[in-house]
Structures are given as C-alpha cells and as structure tokens.
Design a binder for this molecule. Structure first.
Ligand SMILES: [Zn+2]
Ligand SMILES: [Zn+2]
Length: 188
C-alpha cells in the first residue's frame, strides 16, 4: 500500500536559453507529492506515518523553498552572488533561519546560507522530479513523485526496491541496530 504526502514549495527560477517567457526570472508555488510504498506495519496499521515522511523529506526539500534555483551555466548566478556578497548576505543573514541541510548530488547543489540551489539541468517540473528522487531514494521507499507548478505537471513511478523495518509502536524506521530512535523499541 502507499502513503501519500504533499509539500508546497515557493521558488524562483528561469529557463536559461529557452525561447519563451520562462527565460525571464519568475516565481511559482510548486506542489510536490511523494508516494511511499511498503507493507503495512501491523503494530501501527500504517505504511509509514505521513508526518515522518514530511520530516525526512522536508529537511532536504526545504532548500528549494523560498529559494532561487538556477542552472550552473546561467550568467545570473555570478551576478546575483555578487549582489548578495556586496549586501553581506551571501554567507547567511540572522533572519535566514528556515534552512535545510546542505546537499550535493550529480544533479544539484544547495547553498542554504543564501537560499540558492544550483542545478545541472534546467529546473522544469521534470527536472525537479529527477532531483527529488536522487535526494530521497535512499531515505524513503519512493513509489511515485508528482510535481506541479502552475499549469505544468509531471509524474514518475518507481519500483520500491526494499522494505524498511519500522517500529510497531510508532511506525518510524528503526535504526541500523534495530532500535526505534523515537520510543526505544528494540526489534527481537
Ligand atoms: Zn517557471
Ligand atoms: Zn517507536
């Protein structure tokens, strides 16, 4: 069965070298839906608690929220970093508190201090799905990712490769030692 959860992501981007309006910097509210598949853990009668999926995914996805997403070869990148530098906010600001964990994959690098994600490919809805899967595939048993932004939308199905051992008391993933990090339950 699947557990399904959604996230709202506010971001700015542009399609560098794209022949259309989207080559200009603009913003969106994107809606990301992640579907996680596994057996039902009988103790809690859940696949996985959705608030735990939220917590796990958001710690990473947060980097895209209220952020600027630019392709690595976009000349706006050095221009914007130059302005942030002059303004003294490139390496962080006291008001910039809602930061995610920095990450770097084949497809993207997050700079939480200046709310920037630099991507290898253009951040289309398809591009976002590829990035999110890459970032979360080892943390969650992802069966499907859907991303919509305005009238654009895309989705991709995946074959979950494993079953994650979960706590029969709170439903969250057990640690490598078979102990629940939340309630201390120990797998027999
Ligand atoms: Zn757009
Ligand atoms: Zn537990």
């Amino acid at each position: 069965m699947r557990a399904i959860t959604t996230f709202d992501i506010q971001y700015a981007h542009r399609f560098y070298r794209f022949q259309g309006e989207a080559q200009y910097l603009h913003g969106h509210t994107g809606i990301l839906t992640i579907e996680v598949e596994d057996t039902i853990e009988p103790g809690v009668n859940m696949v996985f608690p959705c608030n735990e999926i939220q917590k796990t995914a958001w710690s990473v996805i947060k980097n895209f929220d209220h952020a600027l997403v630019l392709r690595e070869d976009d000349p706006l990148l050095p221009a914007i970093l130059g302005v942030y530098e002059k303004q003294g906010i490139k390496n962080g600001a006291p008001s910039n508190k809602m930061k995610g964990e920095a990450f770097k994959t084949e497809l993207c690098t997050a700079y939480p201090d200046c709310r920037l994600v630099v991507t290898k490919e253009t951040m289309t809805v398809e591009g976002m799905i590829k990035m999110v899967y890459e970032l979360l595939k080892d943390k969650l048993n992802i069966a499907k990712i859907t991303f919509t932004s305005g009238v654009n939308g895309a989705s991709q199905e995946y074959k979950p490769v494993k079953s994650i051992d979960r706590c029969p008391q709170c439903g969250i993933a057990l640690g490598e030692n078979g102990v629940c990090p939340k309630c201390g339950y120990r797998k027999k």
